[in-house]
Design a binder for this molecule. Structure first.
Ligand SMILES: NC(=O)c1ccc[n+]([C@@H]2O[C@H](COP(=O)([O-])OP(=O)(O)OC[C@H]3O[C@@H](n4cnc5c(N)ncnc54)[C@H](O)[C@@H]3O)[C@@H](O)[C@H]2O)c1
Length: 140
């Protein structure tokens, strides 16, 4: 199926709109978005490539992990959260979902083969394991 621009669309206006989208995207890469759980806008630093670390946080959607994630994102690092939302919640990290430095992997770490492939593909500089089933009520 071919997509053609309708004759009524002004190409100059179109490129201005495209430019605005790129500018908006660059602006969004500088901060978190306010959400119900994290209404405060958190500014992110822009680190040069040699200082920006790739960091994997297992359990990053939990209480401790999401705060660690906030700190590392504010410092300007690239953060990957791996979580299965067993006791954590997507709401704890949804203020970062738009950010180019942030990635989310929904995965259960009890499946080791997939975890190994993540390490091979992305070669993280640091891994923080704060994943655990800390909530007793989940055992019942
Ligand atoms: N909360 C505290 O005040 C506190 C204080 C000191 C130490 N700790 C320790 O820090 C650790 C984390 O505590 P928390 O309060 O953040 O707990 P939490 O339940 O909020 O976070 C744990 C995270 O791990 C995830 N998870 C659990 N099983 C998983 C699996 N199989 N695969 C992928 N993800 C999985 C959960 O979904 C959750 O997001 C625990 O070891 C706890 O003992 C917590």
């Amino acid at each position: 199926m071919s997509t053609t621009v309708p004759a009524s669309v002004n190409p100059v206006a179109l490129s201005a709109a495209a430019l605005r989208l790129v500018e908006d995207r660059n602006t969004l890469a500088l901060h978190s978005l306010p959400t119900h759980r994290t209404p405060k806008v958190l500014l992110t630093a822009t680190l040069p490539d040699h200082l920006r670390l790739k960091i994997l946080i297992t359990g990053g959607a939990g209480f401790v992990g999401s705060h660690l994630c906030d700190k590392l994102m504010i410092e300007g690092h690239e953060v990957t959260v791996l979580d299965n939302f067993f006791t954590g919640s997507k709401k704890n990290i949804e203020h970062w979902l738009h950010h180019p430095n942030f990635s989310l992997i929904v995965h259960d770490v009890t499946e080791p083969i997939r975890l190994v492939s993540i390490y091979v593909m992305n070669s993280y500089d640091m891994t923080c394991h704060v994943m655990t089933c800390a909530s007793i009520y989940r055992y019942y």
